[in-house]
Structure formats: structure tokens, C-alpha cells
Design a protein around this ligand. Sequence first.
Ligand code: PGA
Length: 255
Amino acid sequence: MNKRKRKAVIAGNWKMNMTPDEAVAMINELRPLVKGKRGCEIVLCVPAIDIPAAVKAVKGSRIKIGAENVHFEEKGAFTGEISAKMLLTCGVEYVIIGHSERRQYFGETDETVNKRVKAALNAGLKVILCVGEVLAQRDLGITGEVLSMQTKIALQGVTLDQLKNLIIAYEPVWAIGTGRVATPDQADEGNGVVRKTVEALYGKAAAEALTIQYGGSMNEKNAAELLGKYNVDGGLIGGASLVAAKFAAIVDAAQ
Ligand code: PGA
């Protein structure tokens, strides 16, 4: 399949950064910079508290707003959690699930990632599912196995039809926030393993149509080379998504 037929998606992951006022200021700066850039979908995944202000600030532009997590239950006694319906009614379109920081610091497992993926897709959210190996796993030579296992468990019970609302982001944990970016070949290889895994589960056509991002220290300088790889259909960007000019330059690289 021609890579150009897949939807390129450049998504920012703000993590625990930006107050609502700062969010609006950044979006106002970004809007003119990405105007008319139709070569990719543009998403900003923002802290929950910023969502209403961010949704309002992107109105009339092509920038979509995403959340950074979602709970798997519809409602109930889950202090501090946010449901898919709450996100949807606030104008959120995307949600990141299974980010390595949630796996590392907040007890997220492949099983809870799977529950969240299903709940989000069933509710009508678009999902950015994160998978990635830690350095010790790469050094052991089991990156492929880790990516395949994380992908398979996360997608249990997800239908072929629901794949159209799913993006997978390959994020080597050792490359996140470290400035140590994967080489374009490593990114392509990791994304390729994810695509092969999806092919085994859903068939070649579905796997070839799937948008698979790379994430981990992607920035305005290395984006073009990473995005040029056959299996890299976009980026999930942390640090560089906090600065409008840098994020816009990555959007440019995806055109
Ligand atoms: P980074 O983060 O770009 O700051 O490495 C990427 C991510 O965590 O999604």
C-alpha cells in the first residue's frame, strides 16, 4: 500500500503542563501557523482541566482536542477519574491510552489498557494506544515480543470496524523525554512489528490502513526523517508540543 493513503496524524501530548490560560495562548499562537496544513490531522492532547478552554480555543480550526487518559467504567465511585462520556460531552475527540508514564507511575497494566481501549472505542472516542519497550527489554533483544504482546492484549475484543478509530503510537520508553531519539530505522522497525501484529489479528488490508505514530523525543529537527519512513505515519510529541513554533514545524514536516 502507498503510505500516502494512510492518514498522517501529528498529536501533541502536553502531559502535566499548561494552565488553561497558557493552553489558550499556545493555541492562539499555533492556529495561524498550521492554517491550511491539510496533509495531516492535528491533535493536542491536554490535561483534563484545560479541555473546556482548549476546545473553545480551537473552534473554527482543524485542530482537534484529545485527553491524556480515560477510565473504563461509565460512572460511579472512582474518585479522580474521568469517563469517556464526560470527555465526549466536552468536545474531546481523541484520548491517549497506555502511555508509558501511566504504566510506570500509575500502575497501568496491559489488562487495564485493554479495558480503557474498549470503553473509549465503544463510547465513540478515537484512541491513541501507546506501546513501547523499556531499555532493558531492548538490550535483551525482546523488543519485538514486547510490542507484539502489548498490542495483542490491548486490542482484545476490539472489532475490525473499530480499528478505523484507533491509532497506535510506538514509543520506546528510553526515548521519551530523554532527548535520545530512536533512529529512523529503529522507529520504522518498531512500527513495522506493530503493523505485522495487527495484520495477524485483523488481516493485511486493516494493518496497511492503520495509522502508526512514532513517539519519543521527536522534534522540529528530526521529524522529517522519522516521518519519511514507510511505517511511520505521524508522531506523538511531548516536549516539542508545548511550543507553538516547534509543534507547527513538525506539522510542516508531515505535509
Ligand atoms: P517526548 O514525549 O516527545 O517529550 O519524548 C513523547 C511522549 O511521551 O509521548
